[in-house]
Design a protein around this ligand. Structure first.
Ligand SMILES: *Cc1c(COP(=O)(O)O)cnc(C)c1O
Length: 529
């Protein structure tokens, strides 16, 4: 049921509310106002700044000059400010509470990082500035590269990829270039045209492989959630370009046979791409280079803090083995007697580079934050990051496993605890319902229905930055909800969320009939300059 509030907008239906019996008259709730689209504000004649009328400047645009208003909403400065602050209040943030999204590594972003990133020498520079004027920024990139190579035990790193998925693209393009150089390109007589990907892989892995032109072949998983070595052996051959394996994998488990996996892969003449999104679990403890990895992206925005998930851009530097280093994309930082410079063009040292992945040099602000995070932790601190992340996940697993069913009960997990929906059988509550009820209790849901190999998956990653008190609050809420589900309080789940700014959405309709463009309502007077 939908009602109209006094300002004529539909409010969210409240008919089946649990505790919230009286819909408000305005759509606002407890000091939080209902928020319109910015285009629905009614102040079209207003402007936040007062500029003098231009005097007699003829436009250079000739016939192309704009004739009609372009329909920008007119807002005063406080109105514009309030609009965006109100919208931000409708979102969850890592600065508000635990953000237990598995695979995403949503950790606290120390304010020190932000302070460093705002230093004018890093934030106010331009990528086309003469290199002699940005020596400090180049040195920072060089330092970051040094520590990424040191932590991973790899000889080279491409800094420019702008996310994990972009890093995968970088790694697979380097692999493709290396096979091409060896006479096994995709259009050669003896093409290596397959990439092997385990069934539990993140969706970006097969998507990247397909995008680069490879055929994706799935590798089966064992009952205890690891790569099935026999299946891997059966599928490896002289037509395989690479395997893509996440370690720890997306079930939150360390691939016990990782050395065997890399040995078999190399024996078959293929490269080992490691999805490094879960590096948080092993940073300072395990060097991927020692495991035989040829290329691995590092999500700076996961392992090394830096805001993400709607909070900011990402960065996905890729470390490369000796074999793949010559194919790294430009640019990279070189240091010499007269300071630092960027190797930017194919030719000379960069002769085999496959080109550039993006304009300019990557996400400078993320580089600063990541290096600030590394240096403030030190080597002992980074090792403790991994240890505490794993400890926290195991604490959650241990305290929930009597009520909820762990997907892989045997042994400890790494940095994330994975449950399936076996424990919800017979309750008429689904993983989705449970997640929505968590929102009512003030908690952002965990990752749901991923990895795909686990039925009704609930993947919880607390990260090292949650204290025992915070974990206990989360665990108590989860336990109370689990008990409510088992006690048959189905309505609490089916209608949830009851207390959020928006109620349960029709996700199928949203996917099938997305409304991607706002159109002005008939007869509205939208004419602001
Ligand atoms: C996050 C993630 C990715 C993709 O990284 P983005 O930075 O989001 O592009 C790939 N694989 C796994 C396992 C991930 O968790």
């Amino acid at each position: 049921m939908s009602t109209m509030n006094t300002v004529g907008r539909p409010t969210t239906p409240n008919a089946v509310d649990h505790d919230y019996k009286h819909p408000t008259l305005t759509g606002g709730r407890g000091l939080l106002q209902d928020e319109h689209l910015i285009f629905e504000s009614d102040g079209w004649g207003k402007t936040g700044v007062d500029l003098p009328e231009p005097k007699g400047d003829a436009s250079d645009l000739g016939d192309l000059v704009r004739r009609d208003p372009i329909g920008l909403p007119g807002l005063s400065e406080p109105e514009a400010m309030r609009h965006y602050v109100r919208l931000s209040q409708k979102n969850h943030a890592i600065d508000l509470a635990i953000y237990p999204l598995g695979s995403c590594t949503m950790k606290h972003n120390p304010r020190l990082n932000e302070k460093m990133a705002r230093l004018p020498g890093f934030s106010d520079i331009h990528p086309l500035q003469p290199q002699s004027t940005v020596q400090g920024a180049l040195e920072l990139m060089d330092q970051l590269a040094h520590w990424l190579k040191t932590l991973t035990g790899m000889p080279a790193v491409a800094l420019s990829p702008k996310a994990g998925a972009h890093g995968e693209l970088c790694g697979l393009m380097a692999i493709r270039a290396a096979h091409r150089a060896a006479g096994h390109g995709l259009r050669s007589d003896k093409p290596r045209n397959k990439v092997l990907v385990p069934t539990s892989a993140h969706g970006t892995n097969p998507a990247t492989a397909a995008f680069v032109g490879y055929q994706v072949v799935e590798i089966a998983q064992t009952d205890d959630g690891r790569v099935d070595i026999a299946d891997l052996e059966a599928k490896l051959g002289d037509d395989v370009a690479a395997i893509m394996v996440t370690n720890p994998n997306t079930c939150g488990l360390f691939e016990r046979d990782i050395l065997e996996i890399s040995r078999l892969t190399h024996e078959a003449g293929a490269y080992f791409y490691c999805d490094g999104a879960n590096f948080n679990a092993i940073v300072g403890r395990v060097r991927p280079g020692d495991l035989g990895v040829d290329a691995m992206h590092i999500n700076l925005h996961k392992t090394f803090s830096t805001p993400h998930g709607g909070g900011g851009p990402g960065a996905g530097p890729v470390v490369l083995s000796e074999a793949l280093a010559p194919f790294a994309p430009a640019p990279w930082v070189v240091s010499g007697e007269d300071g630092f410079r960027l190797e930017e063009f194919a030719g000379g040292e960069a002769e085999q580079a496959f080109g550039r992945l993006c304009a300019f040099h990557g996400q400078m602000g993320m580089y600063v934050r990541a290096l600030s995070y590394m240096m403030s932790h030190g080597s002992d601190g980074l090792r403790q990051v991994a240890e505490d992340a794993v400890l926290n996940a195991n604490y959650i697993k241990a305290r929930l496993q009597d009520l909820m069913s762990p997907a892989f009960p045997e042994g400890p997990c790494m940095h994330e605890a994975l449950f399936d929906d076996e424990w919800l059988k017979g309750t008429d509550v689904t993983t989705l319902d449970f997640a929505k009820a968590m929102i009512d209790e003030g908690f952002h849901p965990m990752t749901m229905y991923f990895p795909l190999v686990v039925h009704g998956a609930m993947l919880i990653e607390p990260t090292e930055t949650e204290s025992k008190q915070e974990l206990d609050r989360f665990i108590e809420a989860m336990r109370a909800l689990a008990q409510a589900a088992k006690a048959g309080d189905v309505e609490r789940f089916k209608g949830a969320p009851f207390h959020a700014p928006l109620r349960r959405l029709d996700e199928t309709r949203a996917a099938r009939q997305p409304v991607l463009r706002w159109t002005a309502p008939e007869g509205s007077n939208i004419a602001a300059e």
